[in-house]
Design a protein around this ligand. Structure first.
Ligand SMILES: [Zn+2]
Length: 78
């Protein structure tokens, strides 16, 4: 069993299952920026690939300004 470094800076509660790689802070007052066109993302478009091959379907999230892909999500619906 290898030694695991547990970064316990007090941001996670003692009842947190496992360990968090970083502290998660909700900031609804900040607006994320698109890394491609540097415009504010007040909304994010998403589109499913439609064909449910195997487990679930893949969603793609993209910028409403420049349509460049921001990320993917795998929806698993059994
Ligand atoms: Zn953009």
């Amino acid at each position: 069993m290898t030694h695991e470094i547990v970064d316990n800076m007090g941001a996670t509660g003692p009842d947190t299952p496992g360990r968090a790689p970083w502290a998660l802070v909700d900031r609804p007052d900040l607006v994320p920026l698109c890394p491609h066109c540097d415009r504010q993302l007040h909304e994010v478009y998403r589109r499913g690939t439609g064909f449910p091959v195997g487990q679930g379907r893949t969603l793609v999230y993209f910028c409403p300004h420049c349509s460049k892909v921001l990320g993917f999500a795998q929806g698993r619906v059994f």
